[in-house]
Ligand binder design. Structure first.
Ligand SMILES: NC(=O)c1ccc[n+]([C@@H]2O[C@H](COP(=O)([O-])OP(=O)(O)OC[C@H]3O[C@@H](n4cnc5c(N)ncnc54)[C@H](OP(=O)(O)O)[C@@H]3O)[C@@H](O)[C@H]2O)c1
Length: 232
């Protein structure tokens, strides 16, 4: 996938990984729409801010109408309510699904006609190592990321005949606001953004960006015994 001269849109591009993804795409010569709930918070020079709340169908439709020629769509926007599925507040649990699953779905549907209008196009969905493994204290987030993983696989099959390559980015902890409260080793989101854009360029279906995600992926085929030895 050629990046230079191609039009890209990144959701949640005002901060965190999304800001690095927008900046990385811009630096490689893409024409970048930096989508954000509040476009005034986009502070990257050389990109076009655009309003987009992925949970609001009217906002998604307005963004798709306002943007044109998008051939690279990056579904990055994400929430983290730190909710347990058993004891968390249901509105928080719904927010995770609304953002990661229904939000990504809405944006993918709204922008699919722009993507498929090109001979070659790409979608990158920002997933997680937590698409593959669950931790009860963030069970709602994990469930939403798993749902987004399944969505990503469905979309890749739907869109392959149209020339749209769908990539999934899996990563563990990154040093962003989302996990600011955790004192654990974290990847630099600038490095992850570079790997992600390398993956888009190479047409990689799956970008497993750090050791944690690679380890979880290795355990997947071992089933519950591999992932949750304590309960197996
Ligand atoms: N940080 C990690 O350790 C980690 C690990 C694996 C995967 N991820 C994934 O990486 C992606 C980026 O997260 P991050 O780490 O950069 O987190 P972050 O710094 O908290 O940024 C989250 C971004 O998503 C935006 N957003 C949230 N809800 C939105 C909505 N309804 N519509 C549009 N934008 C919305 C936020 O916009 P506002 O500024 O308006 O809130 C912000 O731009 C997410 O998909 C996350 O799940 C993160």
């Amino acid at each position: 996938m050629r990046i230079e001269g191609t039009t890209a849109l990144v959701t949640g591009a005002n901060r965190g990984l999304g800001r690095h993804l927008a900046s990385q795409l811009r630096d490689r010569g893409a024409i970048v729409y930096a989508a954000a709930r509040n476009p005034e918070t986009v502070d990257l020079p050389g990109v076009t801010p655009i309003a987009l709340d992925v949970t609001d169908p009217a906002s998604v439709a307005a963004a798709a109408a306002a943007a044109s020629g998008v051939a690279i769509l990056v579904n990055n926007a994400g929430s983290q309510t730190r909710s347990s599925l058993l004891t968390g507040d249901l509105p928080d649990i719904r927010l995770e699904m609304d953002t990661h699953f229904f939000g990504t779905l809405a944006v993918a549907r709204a922008f699919a006609p722009q993507l498929t209008a090109h001979d070659q196009s790409a979608m990158l969905n920002v997933l997680s190592g937590l698409s593959w493994i669950s931790f009860p204290q963030v069970g709602a987030y994990c469930a939403a990321k798993s749902a987004e993983w399944s969505l990503t696989n469905a979309l890749r099959l739907d869109l392959a005949p149209e020339g749209t390559r769908v990539s999934a980015l899996h990563v563990g902890y990154m040093d962003t606001d989302m996990v600011r409260h955790l004192d654990v080793p974290k990847a630099n989101p600038a490095d992850i953004a570079k790997l992600a854009v390398d993956g888009i360029e190479a047409g990689d279906a799956e970008i497993v960006a750090d050791e944690t995600s690679r380890q979880v992926l290795d355990q997947l085929s071992a089933g519950v015994a591999g992932l949750y030895p304590l309960v197996a």
